[in-house]
Design a protein around this ligand. Sequence first.
Ligand code: DX5
Ligand code: ZN
Length: 221
Amino acid sequence: MESRIKIAPSILSADFGILRDQVIEAQEGGADYIHIDLMDGQFVSNLTMGPLIVDAVRKSTNLPLDVHMMVLEPSRFVSELVDVGADLLTVHYESAKHIHRTILDVKSLGAKAGIAINPGTSSDVIKELLDQIDVVLVMTVNPGYSGQEFIKSMVPKIKNVRKMLDDSSSEVELEVDGGINVDTVKLVADAGADIIVAGSAVYNHKNTVAQSIKNIRELIF
Ligand code: DX5
Ligand code: ZN
């Protein structure tokens, strides 16, 4: 049985020595997207991946690539990322001077566009952008690292966004990212998420990648 909710494993927690194998394991384990966390050491303190890694992941799987850009002025990297095969580019509301223009740039290149909002950012900021985007990403940790604790007080925000989308019959998908594991996934699913990101719960787990995805999936049917 197919779950209504999509699962997007974040390779930030993967073993980079065997990245291709880790991506294939997620695909074979039933992942719907591969979530790739780009961090520039400025918007967040961590420094992670860029277009080269997106290119390498593109060559390892046919799954859609969900690229989460935690970089200042994301517009600088949009065209390069689309060129190497990113399917969904999600930019942080807090990171761009002209977020509307950045979103239009993404769309004009034929990719899907998402807006991410930090825990401290009100969901009201997405209202004027809903007609332009494909995904809203609600952060349930402060961005920068895998393995942080889920911020439970974000659950009402997820519900607010769900209501905002439903009230306007919007087809925008609601993605949630940060601290999602077998203990927290049901809260997120019940609050109305369409896409769930999981990093350490998929890759830093005593189980295999496929088993970890299955354990999450079983809780959200
Ligand atoms: C955090 C990243 C997340 C992270 C999720 O800034 O955006 O995608 O990899 O990892 P977990 O699921 O361990 O919180
Ligand atoms: Zn992410």
